[in-house]
Design a protein around this ligand. Structure first.
Ligand SMILES: [Zn+2]
Length: 174
């Protein structure tokens, strides 16, 4: 089945998914045993969700009766498996690279308040008029693209891959 863009909302194209259920390959339907903690970022898996809770993390760690498993975000970072790639280009970046990076980090932080598994996993600023960002979720890449549009306008394009839950966002401003 070919998936194609269908609805446009806030400048974002949503694609038609038909009967295909797109799932994150790093999140198991069966869930995990509880309590589980992520040894890399200290998230806690409780009530079928990964959450930030330092007190609970301390308590569970002290009881020593827990499972330790990398959370999906840390697991993707370890495997270098991004689910979103954002490619920023254009003259505009030459003078505004710092501002753009700050804006993206602030947006990442906001996204994490709702879902701590949304992370920027890599930022490549090695080229003058180009920044490439990899994210652990497709939704974060879309969200960052939307935040850039909102702040700086520019032109954007969203490409979804056909087999996977993966999105490539291109944003350009000259
Ligand atoms: Zn983690």
């Amino acid at each position: 089945m070919v998936r194609r863009p269908r609805n446009s909302k806030n400048g974002i194209m949503y694609e038609e998914m038909g009967s295909r259920v797109l799932t994150d390959p790093y999140i198991s339907d069966k869930g995990l045993k509880e309590p589980t903690i992520c040894p890399a970022c200290n998230l806690v898996y409780t009530k079928k969700k990964w959450i930030v809770n330092n007190n609970l993390f301390e308590k569970i760690s002290n009881e020593k009766n827990y499972h330790a498993v990398l959370c999906p975000a840390c697991h993707k970072i370890k495997d270098k498996y991004p689910m979103g790639v954002l490619n920023l280009s254009g003259q505009f970046l030459q003078d505004h690279k710092n501002d753009v990076e700050l804006l993206l980090r602030a947006e990442e932080k906001r996204a994490q308040e709702r879902n701590p598994l949304e992370r920027i996993m890599k930022v490549d600023t090695s080229k003058d008029n180009n920044i490439v960002i990899e994210t652990t979720t497709d939704s974060l890449a879309l969200r960052l693209g939307r935040a850039l549009d909102h702040a700086y306008k520019g032109a954007h394009k969203y490409n979804f891959s056909y087999g996977d839950k993966f999105v490539r966002v291109s944003w350009e401003r000259n």
